[in-house]
Structure formats: structure tokens, C-alpha cells
Design a protein around this ligand. Structure first.
Ligand SMILES: C[S@@+](CC[C@H](N)C(=O)[O-])C[C@H]1O[C@@H](n2cnc3c(N)ncnc32)[C@H](O)[C@@H]1O
Length: 223
């Protein structure tokens, strides 16, 4: 997954990697998985229907993503994650809950967006509690960089939206700085501009709520 000159926003957790790789290859999950290759995905073919596409980057174990997909059955969902243990939990739930409008991929979201997603096709891209990498020496690991904002812009349809939730004020400020300096998006306070509302808390969101920690919701819209 590692490419020269490409900063990785994640660290691969080795614990139970072998066991999870075997589970990942289980035939039961085949129909929910897209494998990484440098080839653009035809979502109409993949979901066997034409509908708006919602992408979630870093869905963890997918608690919120699965509920959103179930609750918005007319939309198609595509989850991107690099945490294999989370992916296995998500696959188990997709199967049990018989979710048909959600596919997932186990790969770096930056590469997936660049090499597998056609430009001007995605209605909404969401990052719910992206790793904040709070220490200054780790800021370069943040997924939000000028280049990433440009990629988000390219992949979204006109008026497409990005939804970000974070509990890190410094990361929020950094994302706002990037949006304002790149001029591809305008910040929106209008929740009705979302193609899919955020209604179900993620694992990190639930932790924040339980610990009474403040978190911030940011919506920005393609100009
Ligand atoms: C802080 S966790 C949040 C998980 C979940 N969204 C939640 O709110 O509970 C961030 C997640 O982003 C994933 N992640 C980080 N960089 C990624 C990348 N480049 N591509 C895909 N997933 C990534 C991590 O593996 C991790 O599961």
C-alpha cells in the first residue's frame, strides 16, 4: 500500500493481521468487497442500479455506515478503510443485516479516490473523526492536505458535499485553513445541503458523547 512521496495517514496494526486476512478472504463476504486495482469502478454495474453515491473514508467498524445504508436504501454507499479488524466486524454486520446498498474496500483512501473513482461522480464524501495526528511532528500524516482537498473536489459532482466531524480543534482549524486557501469549496452551515444526513453516531462519536467531549461538524460544498 505504500507509495513513494505519498504520506500515509495511518499505521497498519499488526495484531491478528494474519487471522483477519483469512477471514477477509471468506467466500461469504465476497459480494460486499471491492478489491483495489488501478481501474475505475462502474458503480451502476456494481450496485446494479443508478443512484447517488456516498463515500465514507475511515469507517472503523462501520457501526454508523451500516445504519445509514439501511436507513437510506435508495442511495449507494462505498466505505474505504485500512483497519482490517474493523472491516471484518463491518462485513459480519453487513451480512447479518442483509445490507445490499453498501460495498467496502480495504485500501488507502487517497489511492482509491485517485485511481478508482471517476471525476464528478460522487454526491457526498464523509470523514467521521479522521485521525487528528495532534502532535506537530505528526501533522504531515493528516489525510487533509492541499492535494487531498483537490482530489475531493475532482471526485464530487457539482454541489457535492464533504462532511467532516472531529473532536480536535486544531485539526478543524487546519481543515478550515486549507478550504479557505484552496478556494474549491465553500463552507456551509446548511445541513439540508447533505445528500445523506448524519443520524447515527460512530464509535468515536459515542465515546465523545459519553465523556462529554466537544466535537465539531463541518460541511463544505463544491463551488
Ligand atoms: C479515529 S478512527 C475513526 C473511526 C470511525 N470513523 C469512528 O468515528 O469511530 C480513523 C479511521 O480512519 C482510518 N484511516 C486512516 N487513514 C486512512 C486512509 N488513508 N484510508 C482509509 N482509512 C483510513 C483508520 O484506519 C481509522 O479506522
Amino acid at each position: 500500500m505504500q507509495k513513494k512521496n505519498h504520506i500515509r495517514s495511518f499505521v497498519v496494526r499488526q495484531r491478528q493481521l494474519k487471522k483477519n486476512k483469512l477471514l477477509f478472504e471468506n467466500n461469504d463476504y465476497k459480494k460486499y468487497i471491492v478489491h483495489y486495482k488501478k481501474e475505475f469502478i462502474n458503480f451502476q454495474f456494481l450496485f446494479k442500479r443508478q443512484s447517488s453515491i456516498i463515500i465514507e473514508i475511515g469507517f472503523g467498524s462501520g457501526i454508523s455506515l451500516i445504519q445509514s445504508a439501511k436507513n437510506n436504501f435508495k442511495k449507494n454507499f462505498f466505505g474505504i478503510e485500512v483497519y482490517l479488524s474493523g472491516i471484518i466486524s463491518c462485513l459480519k454486520s453487513i451480512k447479518i443485516k442483509k445490507v445490499t446498498n453498501l460495498k467496502i474496500i480495504y485500501y488507502d483512501a487517497v489511492e482509491v479516490l485517485k485511481n478508482m473513482i471517476y471525476d464528478n461522480t460522487i454526491s457526498q464524501i464523509q470523514l467521521l473523526f479522521p485521525d487528528p495526528w495532534n502532535k506537530s511532528r505528526h501533522h504531515k500524516r493528516r489525510i487533509f492536505q492541499k492535494e487531498f482537498i483537490k482530489i475531493l473536489y475532482r471526485k464530487l459532482i457539482q454541489k457535492g458535499v464533504v462532511l467532516v466531524i472531529t473532536d480536535s480543534e486544531s485539526y478543524l482549524d487546519y481543515i478550515l485553513y486549507l478550504i479557505n486557501s484552496t478556494k474549491y469549496f465553500k463552507i456551509s452551515s446548511d445541513f439540508s445541503s447533505l445528500f445523506c444526513k448524519h443520524e447515527f453516531p460512530t464509535k468515536f462519536e459515542t465515546l465523545c458523547i459519553n465523556k462529554k467531549r466537544i466535537f465539531f461538524t463541518l460541511i463544505f460544498k463544491k463551488i
